[in-house]
Design a protein. Structure first.
Length: 232
């Protein structure tokens, strides 16, 4: 099993608040978000970690190259227009193995990613999305689950279901078979790609992962630190 980490965003909310530190290098609970993400992936059984960072902040790539990591890190430095294109850019590193996928700003409880990987391997054959009933996002991606935990709707049609995605996923390489259609439709976000998978009948499942925190805004740092005190 491998892992992919998307850390290529520009962190515009932090920059607009006068915080110059690139988001992946922000400290939460005594560690940078990037170190926390890589260590969590390795602790979950990932043998290698495919990481994408943007080219706008070269200090992030320098940090990755200078540090020692618990698993080999395959680094891609590329500024992309969306999280979807960042995910697509990781394909050369992830096309030959099932893999976890997380965003650098997703904080989950200890053991969550390992449990997601086990659930994802058992569920197959396309992917499993970690979902939570804790809604703390300006634009949550709503998920409706069926009787067998299969995802039957995503987005507006699932609004009010009680479940939203939490920034962690488990995929099989077959998911990349849908890249051509996504580009043909000119999709521009990872959530749109996930909705495409559901529309095209690619089996996706939900994994009830418990609470999580996305560090999207400066005020989320304190929320995440309190969350980590309780959840490890």
């Amino acid at each position: 099993m491998k892992a992919g980490i998307i850390a290529a965003g520009l962190g515009e909310r932090f920059r607009s608040a006068g915080i110059a530190t690139p988001k992946p290098l922000l400290h939460v609970g005594g560690k940078t978000l990037l170190r926390r993400a890589i260590e969590s992936a390795a602790a979950s059984g990932a043998e290698t970690v495919a990481l994408i960072v943007n080219a706008e902040f070269p200090e992030v790539a320098r940090y990755v190259r200078a540090e020692r990591w618990p698993a080999p890190v395959e680094l891609t430095v590329k500024t992309t227009p969306s999280s979807m294109e960042s995910f697509f850019a990781l394909e050369p590193h992830l096309h030959d193995s099932p893999f976890l996928l997380t965003t650098v700003d997703a904080i989950t409880a200890q053991g969550t990613l390992a449990a997601l990987a086990r659930a994802g391997l058992a569920a197959g054959p396309t992917g499993t999305l970690a979902v939570t009933s804790f809604v703390d996002d300006e634009k949550p991606l709503w998920v409706k689950l069926g009787a067998e935990e299969e995802i039957v709707a995503l987005g507006a049609t699932a609004m009010g279901s009680g479940w939203v995605t939490s920034g962690a996923y488990f995929f099989f390489p077959v998911v990349y078979d849908h890249v051509g259609e996504a580009r043909r439709r000119k999709l521009s976000a990872l959530r749109e790609f996930l909705a495409l998978l559901v529309e095209e009948g690619a089996p996706l499942h939900g994994f009830r992962a418990g609470d999580s925190v996305d560090v999207d805004r400066p005020e989320d740092v304190a929320v995440a630190e309190q969350f980590l005190k309780i959840n490890g």
